[in-house]
Unconditional design. Sequence first.
Length: 242
Amino acid sequence: MPKPRQLLSGRLALITGANRGIGLAIARALGREGCNLVITGRDTRALSKAGRELEKFGVSVLVQVCDVRDLHSVDCLFTLVRSLRKPLDFLINNAGVGHPNRRVSELPYPMWAEVIDTNLNGMFLVTQAALAVMKRGSTIVNNLSIAAERVFPGSAAYNASKHGALGFTNTLREELRPKGIRVIALMPGATDTAIWETLWPKAPRRKMMPAETVANVVVNALLVPENSAVENVVVMPTTGTL
Ligand SMILES: NC(=O)c1ccc[n+]([C@@H]2O[C@H](COP(=O)([O-])OP(=O)(O)OC[C@H]3O[C@@H](n4cnc5c(N)ncnc54)[C@H](OP(=O)(O)O)[C@@H]3O)[C@@H](O)[C@H]2O)c1
C-alpha cells in the first residue's frame, strides 16, 4: 500500500448523502488525505457504520442525520458545523435520488416533487446555510450528473432536477468568484451505486465506473492551487452511456 499523502490534513469537509455510494467514496478519499469530515444522510444505521469506518483514517468524523429537503434538519446540521468554530473548507453537495422510469404522462406528481425537492431544493438549502461558514479558498462541489446536460427519456424529474442544479451551480460560481470560493460542477456518467435500483434495476453494472473513480477525480480537482479552479468535471466510463 502506498503511504497516504495527507495533502488535506486539518481541513474540514461536509459531505451530504455520505452513508453509501459516491458520497461515502468521496468521504473515504478525503479522509485518506487527512481531511476532517462531517457526513450526513437519513439512514442512521448506515451513517453510524460509515462514521466508524472513516475514523480509521485518524481524522475527526462527525455524523449527523439530515434530510436535505427539510429546513429545520439543515438548520440542525449547521448548528453542529458552527459549533466546531472552524471554517468549512469543502462542501460536497452529493445527496440525491432518482425515480423509476416513467414517461411524463405517467409520472406521479409526488415522485416528481420528491426528486426536485431533494436534488434541487436540498442543494439550495444546504448551500445557503454553508455560505455563512465558508471563506476565501474554500470549494463547493455539486454532484450533478451527465443528466445535467443531456436527457434520458423516462427520467424527466431527474433530468429537470439536474439541469436546474447546473443552472444553480453556474450562477453560484459567478456570485462567489469575487469572494475566492470555487464552485465545481461534477457530472459523472453511470457509476455503480444503489441509485440504479430505482433508476433501472437491470442496468448493466459491468459498464459502470466504481464510485472510487469519481471520488479520486474530485479530490484531485480540490487539490489544484487556490488561484485556479477545475470548474466542470465530466467523468465517464470508457464505454460511454449505457
Ligand atoms: N450513480 C450514478 O450513476 C450517478 C451518476 C451521476 C450522478 N450521480 C449523483 O450522485 C449522487 C449520489 O448518488 P449515488 O449514485 O451515490 O446513489 P446512492 O448510493 O443511492 O446515494 C445517495 C445518497 O443520498 C442520500 N440521500 C438521498 N435523499 C436524501 C435526503 N433527502 N436527504 C439527505 N440525504 C439523502 C442517501 O442517504 P439516505 O437515503 O440515508 O438519506 C445516500 O447517502 C446523487 O446526487 C446522484 O444523482 C450518480
